[in-house]
Design a protein around this ligand. Structure first.
Ligand code: ADP
Ligand code: MG
Length: 872
């Protein structure tokens, strides 16, 4: 049983992972994997069999999870795929794959190419395009070329859909893909593995690219560097062995037309193409043309579509959509299936966004918009379609974002109506605490404390997110809020994601709240049984006071009878479920206030969609006297200068961090790793210094011991992976060296840099970067040297990487968008939110009969994921 399941997993995951591992940036950006399906299968495997070790399964699952989170074009996806493959092979007990791994982005010739069109699109699209539907309809109609959509957009919008229409649509939408003509059980299974289960999934499986067949090239018109489509006839097909010891197979096809020839090359899927490419066969070939060796030009891993199957065959050439698809499914088959779904269901798609908003923002009827992106008309504009900025795209995106905003705003309104406790006392305790601080509050702290106090006075629960850079002084703000509740006889909790962070809060809390006559408790997973016995009954009895701890606090056996406010630090590490558990901690009717805090600032567009149900506060000012952290980028060859600086600081009694991207040496990459790095530093570079090593595979208790020892000054240099990202506050540390800085995301680099500069002396962040870096990486490093402003960094990060990568948003409970891209569609997001606000202004609880269709769609799309109380 287990064996079969394992084999099935290997059969379905192996080839695409191998492809991704070896893919170049363009292919990587286009390759979507049904990671969710694999993980499910893995979970089944873990349940059903004791044979493959659970530890290996867990590791594979973790790698897959990261793979799933990585941005489509991210270099990291290649390495993760390699890691996943290796683990998969380990699981199966077979020999590891002998082909040498080209670590993407590291010296491989193919990896230095420009990022794919998809990866570039967000950056390019930062300015509003003229055809965006978000502008008022008349302006858009005037600005847009006289395309069918613009003409139709100014036609009167159809009336709002009725509930019956919505029900009919939901039934059609939820039918399995086999409802589409031509999809049998085998295809349906294949599609499901790829993540497409229903007709609705197919309809929203938008093309990732459009092939403008009106602009086909001929072989003689191709030049190295072009990305082009061309119809070619296969002349000869050859399989060769290359690489170390000739272990790697390559499939080469010489193809051409009367004007010239091109070599097509495959390193993967060789058998599949070998069986299909026959001399004389005519194919529509799409890809990036490079200079070749034997033949002057070549295309590696082109997209191939058999001309006989190719859509638009006879008749005038058209714009043809191209879809992501299971690896071995022909392009034309995928297109036929999606078009089948469009023909079947597009006419049933109801228009539920209220007609007022549709008219105001110039939206197309949704079904028409869907038909338009899947089957562009003869006059459609390939460029706007390709950039997902057509009026059709904008209408679909608006619809999606509108419902997310409606859901979030509705949840916010629900919370605002729930009964809470009004903490409207004089705030004497908080005032006394502030008075006794050895420093004055910053203006930003004072402002935020007032914002929070205003929320606390309301007889409804507060749900507020406090953003502020590392060291901006959030803890004091949290304590002030806690004291306000305690003053009125309630309890407060401050929770952190790790023991160390909790410990840091605890030491601050003890410092600032000492002598106020307030109960202070400390409770983490490490608490002894005696401690627990001493504290738990007092919490359960509702004795007023402040408890500081880890999420141990929200475990089932901790009861707080009178929890008035819960402060959750670094909230993105707390899932939505834990947030919900928190609200249940309290055993009275009134829901507690919730204050979330994070040092990872979130740009406004992202915040609106991730935390659209929360109120936002931002501490945009550091306490005075903080010296800027000198940030500098070094090449690998300049490492000695970096070490010299470390030595100088240590000689002056300071401490240093050295951070690596990997724990230990890996077959899959040539990155420097913490284990080797620590040994090298200890044996060769700093044999006279005291060096400690911490990383994620060291048990957390042991890790804490090491970190505490570092904090106590028992080590000079702490070598680490990103485990220290949020972990530790050591004011005496004045240097952080980051190896392979090009591998880290901006948010991570910023967090890491926040580890130093916490004292009042100068501090250094030294970034060592490989010169073979991508443009993206260079951009990140430039931003790091230019600013220390967390919000600016977050915005740049969003622009460079896109929203998915920014926060691990999926974990944060953000709905996954099917079509919207927060960067590209920021303007649409604002409009969609305004439209949702409009709707709720007219019908705050969505209980009026005319809201029934809206509620039904909202429920179908988001209710489960947004944790909405059921409406209506
Ligand atoms: P955060 O949690 O935002 O990273 P903390 O609350 O841990 O920051 O504060 C960092 C340090 O700055 C603490 O030692 C704290 O006592 C101190 N601090 C807080 N507010 C101020 C202020 N207004 N002026 C000077 N120091 C401050
Ligand atoms: Mg903090």
């Amino acid at each position: 049983m287990g064996r079969a399941a394992l084999e099935e997993l290997i059969a379905s995951a192996g080839p695409p992972l191998r492809f991704l591992r070896d893919a170049d940036a363009t292919q990587r950006a286009r390759t979507r994997l049904p990671v969710g399906v694999w993980r499910e299968r893995l979970a089944t495997l873990a349940r059903e069999t004791a044979d493959p070790s659970p530890e290996r399964i867990a590791r594979l699952d973790a790698v897959l999870a990261r793979l799933d989170q990585a941005a489509p074009g991210a270099e990291e996806r290649g390495t993760l795929a390699a890691e996943a493959l290796a683990l998969l092979e380990e699981l199966s007990g077979s020999e590891p794959d002998p082909t040498p791994v080209v670590a993407p982005g590291h010296g491989g010739a193919t990896s230095r190419r420009a990022p794919s069109a998809r990866a570039v699109a967000p950056a390019r699209s930062a300015e509003p395009a003229p055809t965006r539907a978000a502008e008022p309809a008349p302006a858009r109609a005037a600005a847009a070329p006289a395309s069918a959509t613009a003409v139709r957009a100014s036609a009167p919008a159809p009336p709002d859909a009725t509930l019956a229409e919505v029900e009919r649509w939901l039934r059609a939408a939820s039918s399995g893909t086999s409802a589409v003509p031509g999809v049998g059980p085998a295809r349906a299974t294949e599609l499901e593995r790829f993540g497409l289960k229903t007709v609705d999934d197919l309809l929203y499986h938008l093309p990732f690219r459009y092939d403008d067949r009106r602009a086909l090239r001929r072989a003689g018109e191709l030049f190295a560097g072009d990305t082009a489509s061309v119809v070619l006839e296969i002349r000869r097909v050859d399989q060769r062995q290359v690489g170390k010891g000739g272990r790697r197979a390559v499939l080469s096809a010489i193809a051409g037309d009367e004007t010239g020839t091109v070599e097509l090359l495959w390193f993967n899927q060789i058998r599949w193409f070998r069986s299909r490419l026959k001399p004389g066969g005519r194919w529509l070939v799409h890809g990036r043309v490079e200079r070749g060796y034997d033949v002057a030009l070549r295309i590696v891993h082109p997209e191939m579509e058999n001309v006989e199957d190719a859509d638009g065959g006879p008749g005038p050439p058209r714009i043809v959509p191209v879809y992501e698809k299971p690896t071995t499914m022909p392009v034309s088959t995928m297109r036929r299936i999606v078009h089948g779904a469009v023909d079947l269901a597009a006419r049933l798609v109801p228009d539920v966004v209220p007609v007022r908003a549709r008219a105001r923002y110039g939206l197309l009827p949704l079904g028409e918009a869907l038909r338009g992106v899947h089957r562009p008309g003869p006059d459609a504009d390939a460029a706007t379609l390709g950039a997902a900025r057509s009026a059709e795209h904008a209408s679909i995106v608006f619809d999606e974002l509108f419902f997310v905003q409606l859901g979030l705003l509705l949840r916010k309104a629900q919370v605002a109506r729930e009964p809470g406790v009004a903490f409207d006392g004089p705030g004497v305790l908080a005032a006394r605490m502030i008075e006794r601080l050895p420093f004055p509050l910053t203006g930003a702290q004072a402002r935020v404390i007032a914002e929070i106090a205003a929320d606390q006075r309301q007889p409804h629960p507060m749900h507020r997110l406090l953003q502020g850079d590392v060291g901006s002084g959030k803890t004091v703000v949290a304590v002030a809020a806690a004291l306000r509740a305690i003053e009125q006889g309630w309890q407060a909790a401050i929770m952190a994601p790790t023991e160390l962070l909790a410990e840091q809060h605890w030491s601050t809390v003890q410092r600032v709240a000492d002598g106020l006559g307030v109960n202070l408790w400390y409770l983490t997973g490490e608490a002894t049984a005696a401690d627990r016995r001493a504290i738990l009954p007092r919490l359960a009895a509702g004795e007023p006071g402040l408890v500081v701890g880890t999420h141990a606090l929200i475990q089932e056996d901790v009861r707080m009878a009178r929890l008035g406010i819960a402060v959750v630090d670094e909230q993105h590490r707390f899932g939505v479920l834990q947030r919900a558990a928190l609200s249940r901690r309290s055993e009275h009717d009134a829901a507690p206030d919730v204050l979330l805090m994070t040092a990872t600032p979130i740009p406004r567009t992202l915040a609106l969609s991730v935390y659209g149900d929360l109120d936002l506060s931002y501490i945009d000012e550091l306490p005075p006297g903080r010296k800027p952290v000198v940030t500098q980028v070094f090449g690998v060859a300049q490492r000695k200068r970096v070490y010299d600086l470390v030595r100088r600081e240590v000689a002056a009694g300071r401490q240093a961090y050295v951070v690596y991207p990997l724990i230990e040496e890996s077959e899959a990459s040539d990155l420097r790793d913490a284990t080797t790095g620590a040994a090298e530093l200890a044996n060769e570079v700093f044999p006279d210094l005291r060096i400690a090593l911490v990383h994620g595979r060291i048990p957390s208790a042991e890790r804490d011991v090491l970190m505490r020892a570092f904090k106590a000054g028992e080590y000079d240099v702490l070598v680490a992976t990103t485990v220290i990202e949020v972990g530790i506050d050591v004011p005496n540390a004045s240097v952080i060296v980051i190896e392979h800085a090009e591998r880290f995301g901006l948010a991570q680099l910023h967090q890491l840099r926040g580890r130093v500069g916490r004292g009042s002396d100068a501090a250094y962040c030294l970034l060592i970067a490989d010169w073979a870096q991508s443009k993206e990486a260079r951009e990140r490093l430039r931003v790091m040297t230019e600013t220390r402003d967390g919000l600016r960094i977050a915005e740049a990060d969003l622009a460079i990487r896109g929203p998915g990568a920014l926060l691990g948003t999926r974990q944060a409970g953000v709905p996954d968008f099917r079509v919207a891209n927060l960067l590209r569609d920021a303007a649409i997001l604002r409009d969609a939110r305004a439209a949702a606000e409009d709707v709720l202004a007219a019908d705050p609880t969505l209980t009026r009969p005319e809201s029934a269709a809206l509620v039904r769609v909202l429920d179908a799309r988001w209710a489960g994921r947004l944790g909405l109380a059921r409406v209506g």
